[in-house]
Design a protein around this ligand. Structure first.
Ligand code: DP6
Length: 368
């Protein structure tokens, strides 16, 4: 599929109003996306676990309007929110070509998260994917009685088109959001090892050993404050970064290795790649110009405790990080009881107000 294939050409403009609602999860990258080209095209492929419980729930009500401007209101957790508007305005501008009905309607966007606001968890992946899915449902309603190419597709093909275009739109809102449409493992970015595209995320098509089914993710909230450097700024600092070329090549290698590890069930291999990816991401931040550090002292305390626990116990616990200080603790379901005891006993002390979130790998977004 090319960009052109996502341009909607015919739709029914006689529909006056309607309402659609989606729940869409967050995701955590195992191979990290860090660095992008124009139009949200990633510099390297990434692979993520879709999460199950950290979700955004968004309802979009659309009403026919006159005038040619974008018109929308955003309500976050029941309250009108002006702060989100510029991001959605930019999103609408980027996707307008693919959704020409955007100027025909006023949109009331009501959104809430299942995880605490200001938990320091990036809500852009779940938030942008939820809006993208709502807009796709609207597109579907506006095209349901139009003889279009989409109509003549088989159910399976039109479901694939729906998911691919939802992911394509979500990507234009926030890169990592394109990996939140489906589960349980999603790849984004062209590479030699898997079926994939730079334009949207697709379900990982490789073999996955039972060892990696039902993985758990405990998100330790080390710092709930606003990040000093946003991901968008961080990505830009990969332009002219002294290690960029090597880093992008390494992501390809790590994805190829991880594909083998996922198939064979090699837990030690998994740990090595996932932790190395997390530390490399932060190493890229520390070696950018200007340089910056998003980890906090407690991030390092937790990492050291995890290493000590793993050395002492016969455990496959490991960690990963996103662009912040919080630590994602990943472990197999079979270790759940022991790991949560360990977290309560030794790690909670390093979490802000003792807060952490228990999540696991999920299957993707659902219509409500
Ligand atoms: C470190 O998707 O938040 O979490 O495309 O600018 O919105 P934008 O960035 P974003 O970057 C996420 C970076 C990351 C790694 C990852 O999720 O792969």
């Amino acid at each position: 599929m090319t960009e052109k294939g996502f341009i909607l050409t015919t739709y029914n403009s006689n529909i006056d109003r309607g309402s659609v609602k989606w729940s869409s999860p967050s995701n955590i990258a195992l191979v990290k996306y860090w660095g992008k080209k124009e139009h949200q095209i990633p510099e390297n492929p990434s692979l993520s676990f879709t999460l199950s419980d950290c979700k955004t729930i968004t309802e979009v009500t659309y009403t026919k309007k006159s005038g040619n401007d974008f018109s929308f209101d955003v309500f976050f957790e029941g309250e009108k929110n002006e702060a989100f508007k510029p991001k959605i305005q930019t999103f609408f501008e980027r996707i307008e070509l693919y959704m020409p009905f955007l100027r025909d309607y006023h949109f009331k966007i009501e959104t809430s998260n299942t995880f605490p606001h200001s938990s320091g968890i990036a809500s852009s992946a779940s938030g942008m994917s939820a809006i993208a899915l709502c807009l796709m449902s609207i597109e579907q309603e506006l095209t349901s009685d139009v003889i279009s190419t989409e109509r003549s597709m088989s159910d399976e093909k039109s479901q694939m088109y729906f998911n691919q275009k939802a992911s394509f739109l979500a990507r234009l809102g926030s890169g990592s959001a394109c990996r939140s449409i489906e589960g349980e493992l999603v790849v984004w970015g062209k590479n030699e090892s898997t079926e994939s595209s730079d334009l949207f995320g697709v379900r990982f098509d490789g073999e996955v050993h039972p060892n990696f089914k039902n993985y758990q993710d405990a998100i330790l909230l080390v710092d709930k404050g606003e990040k000093q450097v946003s991901s968008t700024v961080g990505h830009k600092l990969m332009y002219g970064h002294p290690f960029a070329k090597e880093r992008f090549a390494q992501a390809h290698q790590n994805l190829a290795e991880l594909t083998k590890v996922l198939a064979s069930g090699n837990m030690k291999g998994f740990i090595e790649i996932v932790e190395s990816e997390a530390l490399t991401l932060h190493a890229m931040m520390m070696t950018s110009m200007p340089y910056f550090i998003l980890m906090k002292p407690n991030t390092l305390e937790i990492i050291n405790k995890i290493w000590a626990y793993r050395a002492k116990n016969d455990s496959n616990i490991c960690f990963t990080l996103d662009a912040g200080a919080n630590v994602h603790v990943l472990f197999p379901k079979a270790e759940e009881i022991k790991v949560y005891e360990f977290i309560k006993r030794e790690l909670v002390a390093y979490c802000q107000n003792g807060h952490y979130i228990c999540d696991s790998v999920g299957k993707g977004a659902t219509p409500l």
